[in-house]
Design a binder for this molecule. Structure first.
Ligand SMILES: Nc1ncnc2c1ncn2[C@@H]1O[C@H](COP(=O)(O)OP(=O)(O)O)[C@@H](O)[C@H]1O
Ligand SMILES: [Mg+2]
Length: 241
């Protein structure tokens, strides 16, 4: 069974699940034509919540009957195979290095309509692999086979993988972690991405304690850094563990 961290599927009535659905709705408005379907989730650093948000976002799209694939493109610290409890054999790194076929790449999950492409074994050269034409071609193939493609990216400031990828995705979501991500870092992240030609949909502010009860989540999403739309999630402690 898939991880409890995919709260949008495990506990669809929770406030957190509702916040992921709100994020989905906003993205649907932002992606105004049918051929726009590739969303990169990234952030400044590790552990800000990219993989958690990418997995839940993929889940809510799939639960809306959209044929969805989540691609784990953090080839250094990939985690989606653990969240969805699938093998990491034949993952993205092996496909890009031409060691796996496309047919072996897509793994079904416990969530109907949702497939995962895991990161594969850690390669020596992840940035080179994502800048390879194979990556662009893979995205094109996924676009013809799926309604939505969610890419769980590496962090922007330490490595270039997501900056490279952002240019071939339709929209980019930047995750910021409340009390952890510095304003200047967020600015630098945004600049790197826009400099590469990324189309930034908005920022999700993660891990905000709105009730003073420890680890919880508040999300803010909209145009640029200060969107007019915001959404709230309650403590994930009870829901996740
Ligand atoms: N909103 C949240 N509430 C509780 N825990 C969270 C939340 N977002 C992330 N986490 C936890 O923080 C850790 C890092 O999250 P992860 O999504 O793997 O970050 P990243 O992909 O940015 O490195 C994980 O243990 C995850 O379960
Ligand atoms: Mg991650």
């Amino acid at each position: 069974m898939i991880s409890e961290e995919i709260v949008a599927f495990k506990n669809p009535k929770s406030i957190s699940a509702e916040s992921y659905r709100a994020l989905r709705t906003n993205l649907e408005f932002a992606m105004n034509s049918e051929d726009q379907k590739v969303i990169l989730v990234t952030s400044s650093h590790v552990s800000e919540g990219k993989s958690t948000i990418a997995a839940n976002l993929a889940a809510v799209f799939a639960m809306q009957d959209k044929k969805t694939v989540i691609v784990d493109a953090d080839m250094r610290r990939g985690i989606q195979h653990r969240k969805f409890k699938v093998t990491n054999k034949n993952g993205l790194s092996s496909y890009l290095a031409k060691l796996s076929n496309f047919n072996d790449l897509l793994k079904p999950t416990d969530i109907p309509n949702l497939f995962v492409i895991t990161c594969g074994p850690v390669p020596p050269n992840p940035a080179e692999l994502v800048s390879n034409k194979n990556m662009k071609d893979l995205i094109e193939i996924l676009k013809t086979n799926f309604d939505i493609v969610i890419i769980d990216g590496a962090p922007v400031l330490p490595v270039t993988d997501s900056v490279i990828l952002s240019a071939i995705c339709d929209r980019v979501i930047i995750v910021a972690s409340y009390g952890e991500t510095h304003k200047e870092e967020l600015k630098a992240t945004k600049q790197s991405l826009t400099g590469a030609g990324a189309n930034i949909a908005g920022v999700v502010l993660n891990k905000v304690d709105i009730k003073g009860k420890g680890y919880s989540k508040y999300g803010k999403y909209g145009k640029g850094y200060y969107g007019s739309y915001s959404y709230y999630g309650n403590s994930e402690k009870g829901e996740n563990k």
